[in-house]
Write a protein that binds this ligand. Structure first.
Ligand code: ADP
Ligand code: ARG
Length: 351
């Protein structure tokens, strides 16, 4: 790439904010050992100017080789500077999370996921078909050895019927095909080969293979027992880690293809019904911002809410521990429920 990309004047992505002509000139001819370039890293944000972030890494080296672009983006998103270091804490006994909704009036379900990538391999945007297929084989074999509540089966995307995949997506278990941000990042190459989902019978423990990250390890269940969901997840992570070495760096924590997921790579969410509070979006957002929470729609990222139900999750993932990520979500959800209850009783007193 020789010319500086053009962005529309209303572009607000972190890429267009931080990519200066100086940075571009310094980085444009650099290549990681896996052949990943600046052009590869920014393609998604250039082709999708409505991106929030706009960059992806092809390997761990991308984060150091292209640091003059990645560091300010990471700092803007996570508030984490180049001199900070990351800490991990996956101990459920450190979490203070009594069920915020024991009567089940607000929280429909809880889900916590982490992203993981295999050590010493390129990330999805730079991986070859052979390497990706090897990841699928190694990870599905490792998952096949799990026992008890984690034991289940692996279902490759290739050969899965349209009806089964539609049902899994609608029920919030499986990733969707055709995400344009991932497409431009090179993460959909050779689709659907090498991709699939492992799950136990109850679908409370699931692993996505070779989507945005090589593994997305997921624990979920109906209701608001967040501690149970976190405990199942941490048990599963340590079981899988016995046979699959994960890419981790002292500075950036768990390596992920998108900088928003670095560190813990954890997103802890509830699907929660907040019809009164969400009628005043500004107030709703103020509470979420105070607790570092993100609001998504009911069908995942870039989707809309339905019936006053939202996906509320931790936004910070780097420079905070896994326990803190979940704690952000728990504390915010407690306040959101209290606020919704207050609004409901005010409106019923008025009637
Ligand atoms: P990711 O969690 O990997 O960031 P998405 O936001 O696209 O990706 O969510 C993936 C799927 O998980 C979607 O179908 C979404 O509705 C579902 N999901 C997320 N949080 C919950 C939850 N608390 N309960 C049930 N499903 C959820
Ligand atoms: N690349 C997209 C953007 O910049 C998504 C970023 C965060 N989401 C993700 N799934 N990694 O808006």
């Amino acid at each position: 790439m020789s010319t500086f990309p053009t962005f529309p004047t209303d572009c607000t992505s972190l890429l267009c904010k931080h990519l200066t002509t100086e940075i571009f000139e310094t980085l444009k001819d650099k290549k990681t050992a896996n052949g990943f370039t600046l052009e590869d890293a920014i393609r998604s944000g250039v082709e999708n100017p409505d991106s929030g972030i706009g960059v992806y890494a092809g390997d761990l080296e991308s984060y150091s080789l292209f640091a003059s672009l990645f560091d300010p983006i990471i700092e803007s998103y996570h508030g984490f500077s180049a001199s900070d270091s990351h800490q991990s804490d996956l101990d459920p006994s450190h979490l203070d999370a009594p069920n915020p909704d024991p009567e089940g009036a607000y929280i429909l379900s809880t889900r916590i996921r982490v992203g993981r990538n295999v050590a010493n391999l390129p990330l999805g945007p730079a991986i070859s078909m052979e390497q990706r297929n090897q990841v699928e084989q190694d990870v599905s074999t490792a998952l096949g050895t799990l026992t008890g509540a984690l034991s289940g089966s692996y279902y490759p995307l290739e050969g899965m019927s349209e009806t089964v995949s539609r049902e899994l997506i609608e029920d919030h278990f499986l990733f969707k095909a055709g995400d344009r941000f991932l497409e431009s990042a090179g993460l959909n190459h050779d689709w659907p080969e090498g991709r699939g989902i492992y799950h136990n019978d109850d679908k409370t423990f699931l692993v996505w293979i070779n989507e945005e990250d090589q593994l997305r390890i997921i624990s979920m269940q109906p209701g608001g027992d967040i501690l149970e969901v976190f405990t199942r997840l941490t048990t599963a992570i340590s079981e899988i880690e016995r046979s699959v070495p994960f890419s981790y760096s002292k500075h950036l924590g768990y390596t992920t293809s998108c900088p928003t997921n670095l560190g813990t790579a954890m997103r802890a969410s509830v699907h929660i019904k907040l019809p009164k509070l969400s009628a005043d979006m500004e107030h709703f957002k103020t509470i979420c911002d105070r607790h570092h929470l993100q609001i998504r729609g009911i069908h995942g990222e870039h989707s809309k809410s339905e019936g006053g139900i939202y996906d509320i999750s931790n936004k910070r993932r780097l420079g905070v521990t896994e326990v803190q990520c979940v704690q952000d979500m728990v504390d915010g959800v407690v306040e959101l429920i209290a606020e919704e209850k207050g609004l409901q009783s005010t409106s019923s007193n008025r009637q």
